[in-house]
Design a protein around this ligand. Structure first.
Ligand SMILES: *Cc1c(COP(=O)(O)O)cnc(C)c1O
Length: 448
């Protein structure tokens, strides 16, 4: 079969001239975050320190919202809790109008406690206990069904409950990207999703009000969303034709790439990541150009995580030592380890000195403080010389680090948020011996 022609997309890459080693390394120190000096932050709150910028969260959110709302009349964002569930962060998103997207009973409770009304909580994920489901049904939250066993559990629960569950199904599919995420939800291409839809409709026990897909994460091809939207619209039209039911929403999940640079990428992420406009164009046009009747236009829901929050987070720290390895490699030991910067396993995080430096650079390997071989923050990076006590900023770490971190060897540090008038607030305290050990119990015979 002849391959389908695809229009080539040419977009300008904005990088400087490379030097003989690679891309240019000249940059300025980062001396403050939202006008608060790094030096003062570290002095007042200790090193290392996570810093969230409220101004950046709001401005990135508004940019994303505008990209979609200017192209489509019904847009709703739902904040992906697992990406960063610090209450202060969630509250900024909720104030901006975001609903909550949760994937566990714990996150569900957190969203309720943050004041999100239950009908604005989307409950995703393969692990919802019967207790979780009962609560979500009673509260009329939006339950996104992941597999047939969950569907049958919900049907069973409706026998003891009075409320009709408000449900959507998660659909997975081939959108041309690799790897294809097929472990969550029902497959579109082999007819499984249509089968699940028919079982829901014929059960008569619940209201199918939406369709959901979350096609992957760090998806660098906006067009993948257009394919997803076309397939989901196709299902929506079939539901309308067969059951005369119009869906109230189509949820495109998350997955937009942030501007971080993936390990092994040839160009920095800030040059290659599609803009919100490109994603919005692909998504909205897939619905607008579908066979969905304009009177039934569904709300587009977006559960964007990393692309909304990465830029707003930084971790500040201090150089502990310089060391020359036996083979001559220059290494630096810093007080930020992989336990606090989980994303250093797949990103080449940008690390910038926080004080003036000379423009001579040397290739260095950066180790964290843990007594463990895998504690490497950067395998090799061109950095100006930094001495013990010098400070630095690692940028774009707002996504997944404050949730996937682990307590290991050291205490986790404070998190502060700088508000819109450039005032810092502690939003999570540092750990202490007391609060780390408070859940431990020592059997009686070991106490003496
Ligand atoms: C993790 C997740 C998101 C957020 O994904 P990002 O890649 O951070 O945008 C959204 N929806 C679901 C169902 C998720 O599991």
């Amino acid at each position: 079969m002849k391959k389908i022609f695809e229009r080539p997309i040419i977009s300008r890459i904005q990088t400087g001239m490379p030097n003989k080693i690679g891309l240019k390394t000249e940059y300025l120190p980062i001396k403050d975050i939202d006008e608060v000096p790094v030096k003062d932050l570290l002095k007042e709150y200790g090193s290392p320190l996570y810093v969230m910028s409220e101004k950046t969260i709001r401005s990135v959110y508004r940019e994303a919202y505008q990209a979609f709302s200017t192209r489509y009349p019904k847009i709703q964002f739902a904040w992906s809790y697992k990406t960063n569930y610090m209450n202060a962060v969630c509250k900024v998103f909720h104030q901006e109008g975001s609903w909550a997207e949760v994937v566990s009973g714990f996150e569900y409770e957190k969203a309720l406690k943050n004041g999100v009304s239950a009908e604005k909580i989307i409950f995703n994920g393969p692990d919802k206990s019967e207790e979780d489901l009962k609560l979500a049904i009673k509260n009329q939250s939006l339950i996104h069904i992941d597999h047939f066993d969950e569907l049958y559990t919900i049907i069973k629960l409706t026998e003891e409950l009075e409320e009709r569950p408000q449900v959507a199904i998660r659909v997975n599919m081939d959108t041309g990207i690799f790897p294809q995420w097929t472990r969550f939800g029902f497959n579109y291409d082999n007819g499984e999703a249509w089968d699940a839809i028919n079982r829901i409709m014929i059960s008569g026990k619940m209201d199918l009000i939406g369709l959901h897909a979350h096609i992957g994460t760090y998806v660098m091809v906006a067009n993948a969303y257009r394919i997803a939207g076309t397939k989901l619209s196709d299902l929506a039209v079939k539901i309308k034709n067969k059951y005369n039911t119009a869906l109230s929403y189509i949820d495109f999940g998350g997955g937009f790439a942030s501007k971080n640079t993936l390990k092994g990428a040839y160009l920095p992420g800030s040059d290659t990541t599609p803009s919100f406009d490109e994603y919005a164009e692909a998504i909205t046009s897939s619905i607008i150009n579908s066979e969905i009747n304009p009177d039934d236009l569904p709300t587009i829901i977006l559960e964007t995580g990393r692309a909304l929050i990465d830029d707003a987070g930084s971790i500040l720290g201090t150089v502990l030592a310089n060391k020359r390895m036996a083979d001559g490699t220059k290494t630096l030991i810093i007080d930020v380890g992989v336990n606090m910067l989980f994303t250093s396993f797949w990103y080449e995080h940008k690390i910038t000195p926080a004080q003036d430096f000379s423009h001579h650079t040397e290739n260095a390997k950066i180790y964290g403080p843990l007594c463990m071989n895998i504690d490497v923050i950067r395998e090799n990076v061109d950095l100006p010389p930094l001495k013990k006590g010098d400070q630095f900023v690692i940028s774009r770490i707002g996504a997944y680090n404050m949730t996937q971190w682990m307590q290991f060897i050291t205490y986790r540090p404070k998190i502060v948020m700088i508000d819109e008038s450039n005032k810092a607030h502690i939003i999570r305290n540092n750990e202490t011996l007391e609060n780390i050990t408070q859940l431990e119990l020592v059997p009686e015979h070991l106490k003496k």
